[in-house]
Design a binder for this molecule. Structure first.
Ligand SMILES: Cc1cc2nc3c(=O)[nH]c(=O)nc-3n(C[C@H](O)[C@H](O)[C@H](O)COP(=O)(O)O)c2cc1C
Length: 641
């Protein structure tokens, strides 16, 4: 079903996959660039029935790096429509206004407008309450922006009324305290958004108009699904919408929206409720990124189209690949993209470093050569380096000492809900094989091997090794690294879990190791000790759901705490200036690691005047995404000599 055509109004879309709006932050002036074109074109070419780009209705409504309808160069927007159409793909333009949802720093001199002067819990800046004039101007801006989109050849417009941006702020009693006709007390605040939709319809006439809504606010005291349904129903009755895109809740919701903690298609039932009561097509989204989920929710009648933003970010060609039954790079729900964009950074993908660099990549040509490149290390940095090396034209050998590729990512896939990380490894293996990379597994990247290959260029992606803090009195057989624990036999893990476990380090590795262990016992006794004053400091917003899961399993957290010495079962710890003890049968090191590089090899490479580079953890310890981007960056300024 997912590959069958379907209509929105009179417009036929060739399949059910729509690339949803994703703010890129790429705009540097008011003219779209080759970088923008290449980003959307690649995804149009990759099989999307339609791709969505964003246009703020006016300057005040624009996020940092977003084009706006008032100042955008029309010809450049028109060229985008033509470029997308060339791939049998439709162009949707989302008409956007940020409302209060932008930082003061990134918004600059422009006013942050909102229904009422209530600061967003994320951005904390008090916005300006919209005056009657502001309301009229903004509505007019939506009208003009819609007319512009039709004029430049876009196929549909989508009015943004979701996630806590301007129009959705009217729906909520928390952000709409107005006492006039647009206040929450009048029709639950739907009047102004309905007027905006009417203005859009007036501007475009018989032309497809979508509205994007959050199913519910998902914030305590906020609006509910029934309110969203009422709004959509009224808009439909007025003849002002031809389809509804239904996402989850607002950005500030304490409920997970799009990370890997959300199961596939979990929010589709909300779309299903709207579909039941509306006649217009419904586009469901949030973690609908694979054929199985898409087919299931379509068959269950929960939606007419499947929308995804990040599946297209991770792999622009994922629809075509899926249709051909070939592997694709899946979105792993790591949320790096959204965390960055909410901070005003440019859009990027942790696992696909080419996202946003498509135009740059188009300017690079593969020149087949007999020059050899040897990459040592089969982890994320090594796999990416080998892929890029082969793509740039080197005859590439990837040397991996383990039986399988993946390195530390293979371990990162073991904690709960992270099994999709294995799909990334499978995809990379497939890509490397397609590119003809010579993969040598269970092979050490020794000096002898490099001497024998005598490559033109060597990449050292040899990762890092945990650097256990020495703890006086702690016997070796009671002290493991997180990496060792993740690879232990189940029997041995069960034995550890019969006693008390203390994990040293409350960053991502410590918390995820705790989750891995906690899943294996009814009442695990686990404590996590962290020197900093917060747990999960390296995880950003992704720490919250994990900490919540761990709290449910009664895992204890001790911050600003360091381990000092062990006496019997007593692990003495320092909490600030105070010393106390915690009971421990097993201690697990999840603190720092150190870069690992074979210095004998690098000294020899230097003596022989042979070029080499060090990438990933071996260069600087970070996460998998950092390692991949580091390896990619090397091949953005390394070409055949
Ligand atoms: C980096 C990023 C930026 C986004 N920007 C917007 C936006 O500007 N407007 C919008 O309506 N949705 C935006 N979204 C939400 C997506 O359109 C989509 O609804 C959401 O990501 C769920 O789909 P997915 O799980 O397939 O990514 C953004 C999502 C991401 C990840």
């Amino acid at each position: 079903m997912v590959f069958t055509p379907y209509k929105i109004r009179d417009l036929e879309l060739k399949n059910r996959w729509i690339m949803l709006a994703m703010h890129t932050g790429f705009a540097e002036s008011n003219t779209l660039t080759e970088r923008d074109y290449a980003f959307y074109e690649e995804r149009a070419k990759g099989g999307a029935a339609a791709v969505t780009c964003l246009l703020a209705v006016n300057e005040a409504g624009a996020l940092k790096g977003m084009y706006d309808a008032e100042t955008v160069d029309r010809e450049s927007l028109k060229a985008l429509a033509e470029r997308v159409h060339a791939h049998d793909c439709k162009l949707i333009v989302q008409l956007f206004h940020c409302g209060r949802n932008e930082s003061e720093k990134n918004h600059g001199e422009k006013p942050l407008l909102a229904p009422s002067a209530v600061a967003s819990p994320i951005f904390k800046t008090e916005p300006k309450e919209m005056t009657t004039e502001d309301l009229a101007d903004t509505k007019e801006a939506f009208r003009k922006a819609a007319a512009l989109c039709k004029e430049i050849g876009a196929d549909l417009v989508e009015v943004s009324a979701s996630a806590g941006y301007l129009l959705s702020e009217f729906f909520s009693p928390l952000s709409n305290l107005r006492e006039d006709a647009y206040g929450y007390q009048n029709e639950n605040g739907i009047t102004y958004p309905l007027e905006v939709l009417a203005a859009v319809r007036e501007a475009v006439g018989e032309y497809p108009v979508l509205v994007k809504v959050s199913a519910a606010q998902m914030v305590e005291g906020g609006y509910e699904l029934a309110d969203t349904l009422r709004f959509c129903k009224k808009a439909e009755e007025a003849g002002n919408i031809d389809g509804v895109t239904v996402t989850g809740g607002w950005h500030e919701s304490p409920i997970e929206q799009i990370s890997y903690h959300v199961s596939k298609g979990a929010y589709a039932p909300f779309a299903g409720v709207l579909k039941k009561y509306l006649a217009v097509p419904v586009i469901a989204c949030n973690r609908i990124q694979d054929e199985e989920t898409a087919e299931r929710i379509l068959a269950e009648g929960l939606c007419d189209f499947c929308g995804t933003a990040r599946a297209f970010l991770a792999d622009p060609a994922f629809v075509n690949q899926m249709k051909a039954g070939k592997p694709y790079l899946p979105c792993l729900g790591c949320n790096k993209c959204i965390m960055d964009v909410l901070k005003g950074k440019e859009l990027s993908c942790a696992f696909n470093p080419e996202a946003g660099n498509e135009h740059f990549e188009h300017q690079r040509r593969k020149i087949a050569t007999r020059k050899e490149c040897v990459v040592i290390g089969g982890g994320p940095a090594g796999m990416e380096a080998a892929k890029k090396s082969a793509e740039r034209g080197f005859k590439t050998t990837l040397v991996c000492k383990e039986k399988d590729l993946g390195g530390q990512l293979r371990l990162a896939a073991l904690p709960p809900k992270k099994e999709d990380f294995l799909k990334y490894i499978d995809y990379m293996k497939y890509s490397l094989e397609e590119l003809g990379v010579n993969i040598l597994t269970e092979t050490e990247g020794t000096l002898e091997l490099v001497k024998e290959k005598n490559p033109y260029f060597t990449v050292l992606a040899t990762g890092s090794v945990p650097e256990k803090q020495p703890i006086e009195g702690l016997p070796e057989e009671q002290y493991f690294t997180a990496q060792e624990v993740l690879q232990m036999e189940e029997e041995k893990i069960a034995e550890l879990l019969r006693g008390e476990v203390v994990i040293l380090g409350g960053g991502a590795i410590g918390l995820e190791t705790a989750a891995f262990l906690a899943e294996r016992a009814e009442e695990p006794e686990i404590k996590i000790i962290e020197p900093k004053n917060k747990m999960g400091m390296d995880m950003g917003a992704m720490a919250r759901p994990l900490l919540n899961d761990l709290k449910k399993k009664n895992v204890n957290f001790l911050t600003t705490t360091t381990a000092a010495l062990m006496e019997g079962r007593k692990l003495f710890v320092k909490i600030g200036a105070m010393t106390m003890f915690v009971s421990a049968d097993t201690v697990i090191w999840a603190g720092g690691s150190a870069s690992h590089v074979d210095t004998e090899l690098t000294m020899w490479l230097m003596d022989e005047r042979m070029s080499y580079a060090i990438v990933g953890d071996a260069n600087e310890v970070g996460d998998g995404g950092n390692a991949i981007h580091d390896a990619y960056a090397l091949f953005t300024h390394m070409y055949l000599a």
